[in-house]
Design a protein. Structure first.
Lengths: 80, 255
């Protein structure tokens, strides 16, 4: 039986439909956001330590970075 | 349990649903409750590839009804007496503790999950840009003292990276603000798009500057969108960009 394809093994191609330019006066590339904005629209690929819950880890990051809303994507069990 | 736990800061919490539904990969140590031949273990693990049925465990945050989950791959790595090491790639919401229990039932001897490490959560993987809590605390302090932005970029990445595996639709500047106000995306606004867009599956709307505008639910496929000249291609589900970032180019209905 062939192995199913994981989302990260799926190849995507970009297809052009129409052409246009983007005006440099509005918005900016994600890497060029000003510091505060860069943080507010940021994510961290964190290596969760053993022990605390995912929720506790998010709360720690919130305290370290002095932010108001910090969440996590996908609970990892606490114990071990 | 340790490993990849994507953390969303402030506004980026809006992309959490994209991460929750994304696939995961784990390395797991399963403890067998009896002696089993290696060959038998390998055979049984393979049987759990593809679609499995799972009832969420008693201590779960979701309704405990039987549901299906896709196991993309389940690779046997090593066996040492009663300890079995395997790697599993699976759909979000798969309970590995449950998977170990069920493998144990099929083996006949019983088994439980001994140790688990998540090696992937959506586009985020172990290695490369993964950071520890200590790194976060240290670099944040360094950044506060030195005010050097490159330090911040060592551990914080743009939320767009979290959407790397979601198929994207790139739109005109003139279509951006309407989407930011919650409007559906229509065909004339589309400049380019990725393959794999399908009705009902999640897609992400991006600007030509590669900024995320919104998460959307396409109502047609990539191929359909290519052939469309007008009409709705995707419904806006979660707006990520603040209104007014791009100029308003749409007419209000009150004429």
């Amino acid at each position: 039986m062939p192995r199913s394809v994981a989302p990260w093994e799926t190849e995507r191609k970009l297809i052009m439909k129409a052409e246009d330019k983007t005006d440099p006066r509005y918005g900016h590339k994600p890497e060029e956001r000003a510091t505060e904005e860069y943080i507010r629209y940021g994510v961290i690929n964190l290596d969760k330590p053993a022990g605390p819950t995912s929720h506790e880890v998010a709360a720690w990051v919130k305290r370290i970075l002095k932010l108001e809303h910090v969440g996590h994507g996908g609970t990892l069990e606490a114990n071990k | 349990m340790t490993g990849v736990l994507p953390i969303t800061l402030e506004e980026s919490r809006k992309i959490v649903q994209a991460l929750l539904h994304s696939g995961k990969e784990y390395i797991c140590v399963m403890k067998l409750h009896g002696e089993v031949a290696e060959k038998h273990v390998k055979t049984v693990l393979k049987e759990f590839e593809d679609i499995i049925y799972q009832r969420p465990p008693v201590r779960a945050s979701v309704k405990r009804q039987l549901r299906t989950r896709r196991i993309y791959y389940l690779d046997f790595l090593e066996i040492d007496r009663r300890n079995v090491l395997f790697r599993v790639g699976c759909e979000g919401g798969t309970y590995i503790r449950k998977l170990c229990y069920d493998v144990g039932e099929v083996l006949g001897c019983g088994a439980h999950m001994q140790e688990l490490r998540r090696t992937r959560g959506g586009p985020f993987v172990e290695g490369g840009d993964i950071v520890t809590l200590h790194d976060v605390a240290y670099w944040f302090m360094e950044w506060q003292q030195q005010k050097d932005e490159s330090i911040l970029r060592k551990f914080i990445q743009p939320m767009e990276n979290a959407l790397a595996l979601v198929p994207k639709i790139y739109i005109r500047d003139s279509a951006v603000d309407a989407v930011c106000h919650g409007a559906s995306l229509t065909a004339p606004g589309v400049l380019s798009l990725e393959t794999g867009i399908n009705r009902g599956l999640m897609a992400a709307i991006f600007t030509l500057k590669a900024e995320a505008v919104a998460l959307a639910r396409p109502v047609v496929s990539t191929k359909d969108i290519m052939d469309m000249e007008h009409g709705v291609v995707a419904e806006t589900k979660r707006v990520l960009m603040p209104r007014g970032t791009y100029p308003k180019c749409w007419k209000s209905g009150e004429i």
